[in-house]
Ligand binder design. Structure first.
Ligand SMILES: Nc1ncnc2c1ncn2[C@@H]1O[C@H](COP(=O)(O)OP(=O)(O)OP(=O)(O)O)[C@@H](O)[C@H]1O
Ligand SMILES: [Mg+2]
Length: 411
């Protein structure tokens, strides 16, 4: 979408003073435009279907229908419209329910203007990306490239490899929660355990099934939707699909790099995002993942050994010809009391840090122990918000890289 096009916003709140206050706040933002207001859930559904906004600011408590039910209905009708929940309540249960019906962000009243406009802009970028995707799909359908049976994304799903060159930096934690943040009905996610020995991804979702990647590897060349669906396990509360590592160490040998690539290529047809969790060893399977990935989420912490390993890893990816734009650098377990900050890490590694996830052991570790992605347990916690924010950065980077690729193909 051209930069001059404004982000179109609808404000939903039963209190007219709140609606007016927000409208006034947004008047000063030249890239945002309020295209409608509504004071009940039913009115919100009507106004949004008339105005087709990019972003809806949604109150939770309304006389006729709660904001969560309204969100669900709007998302079903207008998949590209993004909803930002705006409420006095920061009750995790509300947040979780809102997230499950597709709300994009959460703000507490009264609004902090910077937080409000930043959330609208993030949601706006996402809405525009979704519209672009819808337009592309329609163009593909018109050109006769669509499939007639089942869900099929051609081979347009994006492969994201999550790698931390120092063990224990949070690769599995971030794969798990990023998977939930990126998943929606329109953009289904599969997470793949690429750590074939000692892989623990399915435990972070507390969701084990009878099958795993070794059941697909021998059939790499002749996969079909049904076979793959039989092997995947669907995480009940988020809808994310999981491809597990084998539970026996010796069975890791049963998957070659070539077979792993074949499986990933097939998953591209079924999912919008294929997120691979890896171990810190550059084994055959991880190298195959690096080779095929559209994007590498490279994780560091503020520890010197981790930063040293990032440098080593990037020496290798440079040699392998991985474009630096394909690497999205993420700082996890960020502790602001430590002297080394994101800018300094960026200078040392010559790679800009694109996201920062705060350290919060009291929040992150119990969720892991319970096998509940923390982003579901409490989406409004600052660690969860940081993951949502990073998910947006990731989508933007994918869209930018796609544009560059298209441009290069045309010229
Ligand atoms: N932001 C964070 N704040 C606090 N603790 C965290 C954070 N991120 C991850 N952790 C904790 O760090 C530990 C290691 O995380 P995780 O297992 O995700 O790392 P990993 O890179 O996958 O490790 P491995 O090399 O074993 O695969 C876990 O106990 C996890 O709960
Ligand atoms: Mg791990």
């Amino acid at each position: 979408m051209p930069e001059t096009e404004k982000i179109r916003v609808v404000i939903v709140d039963d209190i007219s003073e709140t609606r007016e206050n927000i409208r006034k706040l947004l008047q000063f933002e030249s890239d945002l435009e309020v295209v409608g207001v509504a004071q009940t859930g039913a009115e919100a559904i009507q106004v949004t279907s008339e105005t087709r906004p990019d972003v809806v600011l949604m109150d939770i408590n309304m006389p006729d229908m709660d904001g969560i039910a309204a969100t669900e209905k709007i998302r079903a009708k207008l998949p590209s419209t993004q909803i930002v929940i705006f409420s006095v309540q920061s009750d995790p249960n509300y947040m979780r329910r809102a997230m499950l019906v597709g709300a994009r962000d959460f703000l507490t009243k009264p609004p902090d203007v910077d937080e409000l406009t930043a959330a609208i802009r993030r949601a706006g970028v996402m809405a525009q990306n979704e519209k672009l995707k819808e337009a592309n799909t329609q163009a593909a359908v018109r050109a006769g490239h669509s499939s007639t049976s089942g869900r099929n994304y051609g081979d347009s799903g994006k492969i994201i490899l999550v790698f931390s060159p120092k063990g224990g930096s949070g690769s599995t934690t971030l794969t798990t929660n990023l998977g939930v943040a990126l998943h929606s009905e329109e953009t289904p996610v599969v997470v793949v355990d690429g750590k074939l020995q000692f892989g623990d991804l399915s435990f972070f979702y507390n969701q084990q099934g009878p099958n795993n990647v070794t059941d697909l590897a021998p059939r790499g060349n002749e996969l079909d939707h049904q076979v793959v669906e039989e092997v995947l396990v669907v995480h009940e509360s988020s809808g994310v699909s999981i491809l597990s590592a084998p539970p026996q160490l010796e069975r890791s040998e049963e998957v070659s790099g070539v077979e792993f690539s074949q499986i990933l290529k097939y998953l591209r047809r079924m999912f919008s995002y294929i997120i691979i969790d890896t171990g810190s060893n550059l084994d055959e399977v991880t190298l195959a993942g690096i080779d095929i990935a559209d994007l590498i989420v490279l994780i560091t912490t503020q520890d010197i050994p981790a930063i040293k390993n990032v440098r080593l890893f990037m020496n290798l990816t440079d040699l392998l010809g991985v474009d630096r734009n394909q690497i999205l650098f993420l700082l996890n377990k960020f502790d602001k009391r430590r002297s080394i900050n994101a800018d300094r890490i960026g200078d040392i590694t010559k790679q800009t840090v694109m996201g920062t996830i705060p350290v919060d052991e009291k929040f992150v570790i119990p969720a892991m122990d319970r096998g509940i992605p923390f982003i579901i347990e409490n989406p409004s916690n600052s660690v969860s918000k940081a993951v949502f924010k990073f998910a947006e950065v990731l989508k933007e980077r994918i869209a930018e890289n796609d544009q560059v690729e298209e441009f290069e193909l045309e010229n």
